[in-house]
Design a protein around this ligand. Structure first.
Ligand SMILES: N[C@@H](CCC(=O)N[C@@H](CS)C(=O)NCC(=O)O)C(=O)O
Length: 202
């Protein structure tokens, strides 16, 4: 059976939502922050990070790989997009979220990992918020005339939902980005999203 190792509210929530959308049996295992550096966890995730997906003794890390694997493993879900171009579109937005948007949050979560001088943290974080505003404007524009990033529901959408939650929590200015607000409101009402969030205690 599939098993997802997650931290509540972390990027692993995207995989958790996808597992709910797929609707096949799986197990979700919370990881405490102090377990991340334990030998047992490092054995399955050498970077000491979630998500980790396990299946029959095989383990997979990296969100993009896990989400693509789930789409391929359960093609009837339609979450991988239609055909080669549909998959490429899903991966275009997944890559943007994973390699542009997600890292831009890091100074907001852990400024001390970037600069030791605490007096500069607020400035660093304000720069991160400004950078994120620009990235969210691009995502808002992409939703013009679309309910989902690629036009149809895909593995990219739950990742957008996750980073929108972070943006609100970390005071990123989303004013006027009405398509993102509508997307977020719609997903909060989605049964799979609700189930994953409830399981994570959110
Ligand atoms: N490159 C990894 C990054 C995963 C990542 O950043 N995970 C965060 C949660 S969103 C984490 O586990 N943080 C704990 C830590 O770094 O101590 C991926 O895309 O899966």
């Amino acid at each position: 059976m599939l098993k997802l190792h997650y931290i509540p509210s972390a990027c692993s929530l995207a995989d958790h939502i996808v597992l709910e959308w797929i609707g096949q049996p799986y197990e979700a295992q919370p990881v405490a922050r102090d377990e991340l550096r334990s030998p047992a966890f490092l054995a399955i995730s050498p970077s000491g990070q979630v998500p980790v997906l396990e299946e029959d003794g095989w383990t997979l890390t990296e969100n993009v790989a896990i989400l693509n694997y789930l789409a391929d493993r359960f093609p009837a879900s339609g979450l991988g997009g239609e055909g080669m171009r549909g998959r490429a579109e899903a991966n275009r937005w997944l890559a943007f979220l994973n390699s542009d948007v997600h890292p831009a949050f890091k100074p907001l979560f852990a400024p001390q990992r970037f600069i030791g001088d605490e007096s500069q943290h607020a400035d660093l974080q304000q720069h991160a918020r400004t950078k994120l505003r620009g990235l969210f404007e691009r995502l808002d524009a992409q939703l013009d005339g679309r309910d989902w990033l690629t036009g149809t529901r895909s593995i990219a959408d739950p990742y957008l939902f996750v980073v929108l939650r972070w943006a609100v929590a970390k005071g990123v200015d989303l004013a006027g980005l009405d398509r993102l607000a509508a997307f977020s409101a719609r997903l909060r009402e989605d049964a799979g999203v609700k189930a994953a969030m409830q399981a994570e205690g959110l």
